[in-house]
Design a protein around this ligand. Structure first.
Ligand SMILES: [Zn+2]
Length: 347
């Protein structure tokens, strides 16, 4: 039912009635229709079921969009534009998923498929970049033009926002904040380097450090006491270090395990060091930290991140560090922001 919402005049003078934003996640798809102020008109979610393959996945994206449109009482083909945030690595220029490890999809022409399906212009970006833009326009970075975003989850992603837009750089791959090296002699990273922020501060990195700690504790055998670093962690996994995940480390730290506490504090300090370094390099107005691991550990992490970042930032380079405000909505809101920019001719 296009026309139910009369077109409204945008600040820039073009006419945009509504757009569609999509968050393609490893486990969940979120689609939403929004007006030109980013107000949600209709929303729908579905499981991604990535293991069923890209073809079925694309159909599920389309049906989630249709369900969101139905909830809004509007037709998807009446949208001014569609934005989508997807796990990478992507080829932004060709609008393709190249080889996304957490979807196990390869060479998927996501943008063109959506263009064909809905007959509307489509813009694709990485999920973390969309998350950063969402926080800038509608969340913790509201009002800023220069921002750095960290997404601390199973992995670590991020976004550099300059002059209100996502920075892609000459390579179109800028903003890979998770692979800033914070410890030259640190643990191996999935990317092949050593001591990346992701290897130390991601949920997966925290889990691997926890597994090492639990092995060391287990090796003590009879000498193990309640106060031994890793003892409480080992008990949480019934004595089996291979079962340790990031969440166990956080739980053991909260219960007073000094070894687990050291792993968590190292993660927070690494984020702080990277945040302060980004302040020195880019001069943002604000640094926003989001992602599931950050949300779960915000109380313990944020003061440490702020303290270390302030110490690393040079005089005249400091910026406030804030917690993300949109939770799991940040990616879909960023996709909406991108669609609005595209519709207004700024994408
Ligand atoms: Zn790395």
């Amino acid at each position: 039912m296009p026309g139910k919402n009369p077109p409204v005049r945008s600040e820039e003078g073009s006419y945009v009635s509504y757009v569609i934003g999509i968050d393609l996640g490893g486990t969940k798809i979120i689609a939403a229709l929004a007006d030109e102020n980013g107000r949600i008109l209709g929303r729908a979610t579905a499981e991604t079921r990535a293991h069923e393959g890209a073809e079925k996945g694309l159909e599920r994206i389309a049906s989630t969009v249709e369900a969101a449109a139905l909830a809004a009482g509007l037709g998807p083909r009446g949208a001014a534009a569609i934005g989508i945030g997807s796990p990478g690595p992507l080829d932004i220029r060709r609008g393709m998923i190249l080889d996304a490890p957490n979807l196990k999809w390869k060479q998927v022409p996501l943008r063109d498929w959506l263009v064909q399906r809905f007959g509307r212009p489509v813009v694709l970006t990485n999920d973390c970049k969309a998350g950063g833009l969402g926080e800038l326009r509608y969340g913790a970075g509201r009002g800023a033009r220069e921002m750095v975003y960290f997404g601390i989850g199973t992995g670590v992603g991020g976004a550099v926002i300059q002059n209100g837009q996502i920075t892609y750089g000459h390579t179109l791959n800028a903003g890979e904040i998770g692979h800033i090296v914070v410890d030259l002699d640190g643990p191996d990273c999935a990317c092949g380097a050593q001591g990346c922020l992701e290897a130390i501060a991601s949920g997966a990195g925290i889990g691997r450090a926890g597994e090492r700690l639990a092995r060391e504790a287990a090796a003590r055998g009879a000498a193990l006491t309640e106060e031994t670093p890793g003892a409480r962690l080992l008990r949480l996994v019934d004595g089996d270090p291979t079962k340790v995940h990031g969440g166990h480390v956080a739980q053991a730290a909260a219960a007073g395990d000094p070894g687990a506490q050291a792993i968590m504090m190292r993660a927070a300090r690494a984020i702080g060091a990277a945040a302060g370094s980004m302040m020195n390099a880019l001069g943002p107005e604000v640094v926003v930290i989001g992602g599931g691991v950050m949300a779960k550990n915000a109380e313990a992490f944020l003061p440490v991140i702020q303290e270390v970042a302030a110490r690393v930032a040079l005089p005249g380079c400091g910026a406030p560090v804030k917690l993300a405000a949109l939770g799991e909505e940040s990616v879909v809101m960023g996709a909406i922001a991108l669609a609005l920019d595209l519709a207004k001719g700024q994408g």
